[in-house]
Design a protein around this ligand. Structure first.
Ligand code: ZN
Ligand code: ZN
Length: 125
């Protein structure tokens, strides 16, 4: 039996599910593109298998912005929630935003990426 994790955007128009067993590599990414897209210190994502990922509703509301030659950033066209990041160079996996998961993600965050551009205004750990 596949156990699913679920999530949705701020307006609730988009909902997704993913195979929980494939979740890996939770990370805070401090690159400038993630900061711009999220309007925040980082984009926080974990990878799941593409094969086990699907939209339960609102797939037609998701727009993918091409942020680089291979990067695709999925967001809700109604409320702007960032939902996914994927690379056309790695079609077997898709990254989903931890902040959109319901119930809340409770696992560890294993990685911090692009710490050279980590904002200096973040609280000190
Ligand atoms: Zn929405
Ligand atoms: Zn990033």
């Amino acid at each position: 039996m596949t156990e699913f994790l679920r999530g949705s955007c701020l307006c609730g128009g988009v909902a997704y599910k993913a195979d929980k067993a494939t979740l890996s590599g939770a990370s805070h990414c401090y690159c400038h593109m993630c900061q711009k897209q999220h309007g925040a210190a980082s984009g926080t994502y974990a990878n799941v298998a593409s094969a086990g990922f699907s939209y339960e509703r609102g797939a037609e509301l998701v727009h993918e912005y091409h942020s680089s030659g291979h990067g695709r950033r999925g967001f809700c066209k109604v409320c702007g929630s960032t939902l996914t990041w994927r690379s056309t160079q790695a079609p077997d996996r898709i990254a989903i935003t931890l902040g959109t998961m319901e119930p809340e993600y409770v696992g560890p965050v294993q990685h911090e990426l692009h710490t050279e551009s980590k904002p200096r205004w973040l609280p000190k750990a």
